[in-house]
Design a protein. Sequence first.
Length: 164
Amino acid sequence: MTYRVSPRKAIVFKILYLLFSVAVLAYSAYIFLENLLNGFSANLTFDDIILLIATLFAILFEGSIIGFIIRSFKLPTILMKNLVFKNDGTPYKPGIALVSIGVVFALALTTVFFLSAFIIPIVKMPFRAQWFLLDVGLIMLVNFLFTLLFFFVFRHESGSFSII
């Protein structure tokens, strides 16, 4: 039995993925600008320079994901299909397990660094480094979560390579 993907379901999925990714990119840009302004107002240390470079790479990574999502609006792409479905449309169980572990790890990382940076100091490290690790956790969480959601949302349409 072949299922046809409703274009509306794919568009809503892509728009939600895009919105969450743009929010994470905005947070990354905020951290980068905050670190850059801190570098101009105070003496820049080697650790600050490494943090700026790492944040720039995070921005570029998230920006490329956003570009890929935007590209998928024009042309159908397989996006994250190969992580959760085999070519014949059956679930790829190791991929689903890997993505599920990634979601749990990213959620734990995000929770710990959010609590430590903004509520109770759990981790003894500079706040700017905690903000960056929170950003890394958010990038991982959004991308792993939408990959996992892809399986549940499109599991009946898994036989088609033009899912999304």
